[in-house]
Design a protein around this ligand. Structure first.
Ligand code: HEC
Length: 135
């Protein structure tokens, strides 16, 4: 679009806004509402909710890569860092059940299921295994 066209458009917009200020008919109001209403549950291609297709259990690496990595890769809010033995030692010392329970139900800044609400408990546990394997 040329500069000139942009300024003509801008002028037109300014004019029309001024012309209708405080004087918008119900019809115009409805038209505006229709034009700018939120897209609601229309999803952009490729952004469909993950839950849409049941596809069997995800493995630990993919659950981790989708949901846990954001905090656990760099240690956001004190999250124990993936593969960091120093971070994980005191956590692991609590026992597997405590660890699993905290990951599944949430613990301080750790959101329940790492915010993967459609993850099964087993998928969460697989993601924990992925974070601590090889320590
Ligand atoms: C929004 C950031 C965030 C996300 C996303 C997140 N975590 Fe965490 N997680 C934390 C924080 C912060 C802690 C430390 C909480 C504390 O000790 O106070 C933590 C702690 C943990 C612990 C240790 C709990 C304990 O008892 O010491 C486990 C296990 C864990 N997370 C698993 C996961 C898994 C699995 C995922 C992905 C499915 C995940 N987390 C996603 C922030 C996050």
């Amino acid at each position: 679009m040329s500069r000139r066209m942009i300024s003509v458009l801008a002028a037109a917009l300014t004019f029309s806004t001024a012309a209708f200020a405080g004087n918008i008919s119900q019809e115009e109001y409805d038209a505006i509402a229709e034009r700018i209403k939120p897209v609601g549950d229309v999803y952009l291609a490729g952004a469909e909710p993950v839950a849409a297709e049941p596809s069997g259990p995800r493995d630990g690496a993919s659950v981790y890569g989708t949901f846990c990595i954001a905090c656990h890769a760099s240690g956001v809010s004190g999250a124990p860092k993936t593969g960091d033995a120093g971070d994980w030692a005191p956590r692991i010392a609590q026992g597997r059940d405590v660890l699993n329970n905290h990951a599944i139900n949430g613990f301080n800044a750790m959101p329940a299921k790492g915010s993967c609400m459609d993850c099964s408990d087993d998928e969460i546990i697989a993601a924990i295994d992925h974070m601590i394997e090889g320590l």
